[in-house]
Design a protein around this ligand. Sequence first.
Ligand code: NDP
Length: 250
Amino acid sequence: MINLKDKKILVTGGSRGIGKEIVNFLLKAGAEVMFTYHSNYDKANETLKLFKKAGFKCFMSKSDVSDLESNQQLFKEVQEKLGGLDILINNAGITKDNLLLRMTLDQFDSVVKTNLRGVWMTCKVFLKMLLRSSNGKIINIASVSGIMGNAGQSNYSSAKAGVIGLTKSIAREYASKGLKVNAVAPGFTVTDMTERLNENQIQLALKSIPLGKMGSTEDIAGAVLFLASDLSNYITGQTIVVDGGMVMPI
Ligand code: NDP
């Protein structure tokens, strides 16, 4: 039922984890996708080869979401390889966890720079291109940390809460032009990012998840696929929480 044929989509941080699964789902639905990576060329190239071997129209680019010049270069590549853009998916993100007392200024700044400023900047650079699409969409990957907070993540949860506010603001600014802007907030999802958690942290997390298990990358990619599709055309400014029931707003 979901058909993304001829849709041109950019996914930041699509070389591994949640981003890679999103790219996989989009390609299988018929989209043309460019994904970015930041520093791990080998992993990104392995991902590209996998998708190319399957016959998909997929491209890759090295880029730093938080850097203006890098985004401008990416813009040129998207124009050249895809010839325009219908959907921007801001997925790239990092963590540098520490309790407030021990957190350094650099740990705070670098996480906010990548996870919030990066999303803002990529939206800004690609906005005009998206407005030229007949059904432009932005999908931002936030986090439950940005909704409920998380001990050890004052940097990360600040940035992700910011992404939710940013999503709503851009949705309001450009709804009249037909642009839809939404977010997906994953809970604990099995990727390299959560591999860093110790057994104690995992057990604590599991206790707080009503469905009793961590999410998979497929769980997150499914929600993104829905937002990318025409099924969600009347939805904007929303955050879809995909967390096994951990956050249940009153
Ligand atoms: P991973 O660490 O597995 O992958 C991160 C991706 O982002 C990689 O492709 C990485 O490229 C890329 N990246 C990192 N920094 C930059 C940058 N400055 N510019 C461009 N790309 C960059 O992360 P996940 O898949 O776990 O997370 C994906 C998103 O989901 C993130 O926004 C994260 O905050 C969010 N999220 C994840 C949760 C989880 O439990 N895993 C829970 C809630 C939200 P490279 O490998 O080259 O560095």
